[in-house]
Design a protein around this ligand. Structure first.
Ligand SMILES: Nc1ncnc2c1ncn2[C@@H]1O[C@H](COP(=O)(O)OP(=O)(O)OP(=O)(O)O)[C@@H](O)[C@H]1O
Ligand SMILES: [Mg+2]
Length: 453
């Protein structure tokens, strides 16, 4: 690692020399100056990791010099040297942005301690910023909580495919976040400023669905008192999500195929084809390939929509997302209900970790909403989590190995949360050797880096 670069400013020649020698003996690169102007010059041409500035300089006070330096180098930690008894200036220095202060006369050991600590702090801060930057670059999806490797892969796919116009087939159990992902694709795409429209193909009877999708002419059917545009036309230059596409009746499947092939359709009761430029996303919780085999879904349509598949894993297969999602929903609902809730009690988190979540993220969201609504304390206790259901949760007699694995993973996630991803500490608590501990993490697909705050 490169040597840390330190700036020392003091008009007292003797003290300046002592500090310089001391810091140089610790292998730091030191620029020692007596004049404020020299200090400012130095900051303009070099990048420093830390500055030590005397409070009382020849022409200026050290705090205002610090402020000027901070204009150029806002994150530079500064240690202010104050005279004995001037607590007020020390406090003032801290308020105006000093990292810390040292009262003169000080021992060499004290100086070293403060300098080392400030540098370590700076190193950590810049590391955190670097990681944040990396994360931001990779996944700029603020409203999507994802810690598991599986979800990271989904988000990575989303950012890659957002740029294209290909049809995406999002598959996942109910409540896994299919619509959320569809919106994310739209928002990350060049079409983001145009409309995103979504329709649930299972919710409407055939004729209504057709006119919803393609629009109709006035008088096309009883009740069609004026013409209507239809969702495909509304989504022109934007994105349309066809949800529950597996439930689309066969007659409409043919019409959809035509849209996919030619980007053209006929409104109900019209002979005039309409052309559109839309990106089509489809979602389903059914196994479309199986529906094709049973002749319930057209094979040619299947191949047309199955261009880019995205598989959303059920929540029980990514339990490491549970605590993070719970926190996220806790914040959301506390804010909505104007309640100040600090967090979840450990036993409450444990109960969340052990549940099977057949309703996936939506069920978790509802669970937290209920708990936030019901709680009279500022911490959510376990009796408010899945009341009536817990208990039945693990005992639902499953093979021992499965239960053990579930427990083990839940335990590891809690442990990594607790140690903020510090594997050495986690291994000590778990009573395992580091190497063994890594093997365990690997077995469960856990990445300690994901738990660093
Ligand atoms: N990773 C996530 N981060 C934050 N919120 C999520 C996440 N996944 C899902 N949700 C939330 O969970 C709820 C259900 O998600 P969504 O409606 O997208 O699921 P779905 O798969 O379309 O469900 P369904 O099959 O019932 O239509 C929504 O409120 C959504 O915002
Ligand atoms: Mg949905």
């Amino acid at each position: 690692m490169a040597r840390a670069n330190l700036l020392v400013v003091d008009d007292d020649r003797n003290l300046l020399e002592i500090i310089r020698m001391r810091l140089e003996s610790l292998e730091y690169e030191v620029t020692a100056v007596r004049e404020e102007e020299e200090a400012k010059q130095a900051v303009m041409v070099q990048v420093f990791d830390l500055a030590v500035i005397d409070l009382q300089l020849a022409n200026q006070d050290g705090i205002s010099l610090m402020e000027e330096i901070h204009l150029l180098s806002p994150d530079l930690p500064v240690i202010i040297l104050t005279a004995h008894g001037s607590i007020e200036s020390a406090v003032e220095a801290m308020k105006r942005g000093a990292y810390t202060y040292l009262t003169k006369p000080f021992e060499a050991r004290e100086l070293t301690l403060h300098v080392d600590r400030a540098l370590e702090n700076r190193r950590l801060t810049s590391e955190v910023n670097r990681l944040k930057g990396l994360l931001g670059e990779r996944y700029d999806f603020k409203n999507i909580v994802a810690r598991s490797e599986k979800m990271h892969q989904v988000l990575e796919a989303v950012s890659r495919i957002a740029q294209m116009d290909s049809t995406v087939h999002i598959h996942g159990e109910s409540g896994t976040g299919k619509e959320l992902i569809a919106r994310a694709i739209h928002l990350a795409s060049p079409r983001k400023d145009k409309s995103f429209v979504a329709i649930n193909c299972a919710a409407l009877p055939e004729t209504l669905l057709e006119s919803e999708l393609f629009g109709h002419e006035k008088g096309a059917f009883t009740g069609a008192i004026k013409s209507s545009k239809g969702l495909f036309a509304q989504a022109h230059e934007g994105t349309i999500l066809l949800d529950e596409i597996g439930d689309m009746p066969p007659s409409l499947q043919v019409k959809l195929l035509r849209v996919l092939q030619e980007r053209q359709f006929y409104p109900v009761g019209s002979e005039q084809p309409v052309s559109v430029d839309v990106r089509i996303l489809v979602a389903t919780n059914k196994n479309l390939a199986a529906l094709v085999k049973q002749d319930l879904f057209r094979e040619d349509l299947f191949y047309r929509i199955h261009v880019i598949p995205i598989e959303l894993p059920p929540l029980r297969e990514r339990r490491e997302d549970i605590p993070l999602l719970a926190e996220y929903f806790l914040k959301k609902f506390s804010a909505q209900m104007s309640k100040e809730i600090k967090g979840l009690a450990p036993a409450a988190v444990q109960r969340l970790m052990l549940h099977e979540w057949p309703g996936n993220v939506r069920e978790l969201e509802n669970t937290i909403e209920y708990a936030v609504a019901m709680t009279v304390q500022d911490v959510i206790t376990e009796n408010l989590i899945l009341p009536g259901k817990a208990g039945a949760v693990i005992e639902a007699l499953k093979p021992l190995k499965e239960v053990r694995d579930t427990f083990e993973k839940g335990y590891l996630v809690r442990l990594l949360e607790h140690t903020q991803g510090n594997v050495s500490n986690a291994a000590i608590i778990a009573g395992r050797y580091r190497a063994d501990f890594y093997t365990l993490l690997k077995k469960h697909g856990l990445n300690p880096g994901d738990f660093k705050k």
